[in-house]
Design a protein around this ligand. Structure first.
Ligand SMILES: [Zn+2]
Length: 174
């Protein structure tokens, strides 16, 4: 006869909890504080350009970018070029990944106890993405909106080095 009131073997409450409860906010604050105790992790910040980019895009777009980066570069059991898959500059999410030790599977294992060698679960991905956004929010002094902020000055593109074939003298408003 099976014991009637047997407790469940593992508590699933964590993965089933909503992502924005005060509890999880506090937990992220704690994790971020802990990451700052690492000199290497604490070194990462957002340049003015990347802060402006983040504000211009808004939280929802950044979340989409984070979802894509994590799904493509981190979530597979054997990510391509694991350990070198996250650039050191170029996107707020990349910087957040380094600062939050979500840059590769070794760092995820060491800091967040998420084992290597198997795909990330959906709750793990959601945790990582929420942590990255919490870091970006912190580094932009909480000035991010959900929606794009088109009044934010666009970041000037830097890739047209010497390519002055066209001269858009009047296009500076965009
Ligand atoms: Zn790493």
């Amino acid at each position: 006869m099976p014991p009637a009131g047997a407790p469940p073997i593992s508590a699933k409450a964590d993965s089933e909890r909503g992502s924005a409860s005060p509890d999880t906010q506090a937990a992220f604050g704690e994790i971020l504080a802990q990451l700052k105790t690492s000199e290497f992790r604490a070194r990462f910040s957002l340049s003015r350009d990347l802060q402006a980019y983040a504000r211009r895009k808004g939280l929802l777009a950044l979340q989409e970018h984070a979802e894509r980066f994590i799904s493509e570069r981190l979530a597979p059991a054997q990510p391509f070029k694991d350990g070198k898959q996250t650039p050191m500059k170029g996107h707020p999410v990349f910087l957040a990944q380094h600062a939050c030790a979500c840059c590769c599977r070794s760092c995820l294992e060491k800091w967040h106890h998420i084992p290597k060698g198997r795909p990330l679960s959906e709750p793990e991905k959601a945790f990582i993405i929420a942590l990255l956004l919490a870091w970006i929010s912190q580094k932009t002094q909480g000035s991010l909106q959900q929606e794009p902020n088109l009044e934010e000055a666009p970041v000037t593109p830097r890739r047209r080095k010497g390519a002055a074939t066209r001269k858009p003298a009047q296009l500076s408003l965009f």
